[in-house]
Design a protein around this ligand. Sequence first.
Ligand SMILES: Nc1ncnc2c1ncn2[C@@H]1O[C@H](COP(=O)(O)OP(=O)(O)OP(=O)(O)O)[C@@H](O)[C@H]1O
Ligand SMILES: [Mg+2]
Length: 142
Amino acid sequence: MDIFISKCEEDTLQVAENFAKTLKGGTVVAFLGGLGMGKTAFVRGALKGLNNSARVSSPTFALVNDYGGIPQVYHFDMYRITDEDDLYSTGYFDYLTDDAVLFIEWSENISQWLPDNTVFVKIELTETENCRKISIFTGEEK
Ligand SMILES: Nc1ncnc2c1ncn2[C@@H]1O[C@H](COP(=O)(O)OP(=O)(O)OP(=O)(O)O)[C@@H](O)[C@H]1O
Ligand SMILES: [Mg+2]
């Protein structure tokens, strides 16, 4: 388990950029943590680490954003997903390929459909304003 303390959005971008440099296709990155923790900011930093210049936005309405690139990157918001039919309709099962990296906000809602090799990024508030604790671990370390 890797633990980082982020004091500001810029720190989160940097942690994410470093993390993403070793990311390979076939990886699901699942966020744990509530509203406004910096999940979308983390994806923005991660795209930089993947040398992907796509513009990151919150997939709140689209449910999934396709950022292209090699590896191909998809960014999901599962906030409104409540069952397997919903999840199918996002294309999730089609995008789970060896070539793609999937970033999943609100992964709590689809925990039973995450692959075994999922990498979890848990972002929590700390007692200090704007400070976040970011824990990165695999399912086995959970
Ligand atoms: N340490 C920090 N890391 C990341 N963002 C921070 C931090 N401190 C403050 N912020 C602010 O918190 C907000 C995080 O927004 P962001 O959209 O990335 O969060 P989110 O977890 O994706 O939210 P949502 O739950 O709405 O999807 C930004 O306004 C950012 O400036
Ligand atoms: Mg978000």
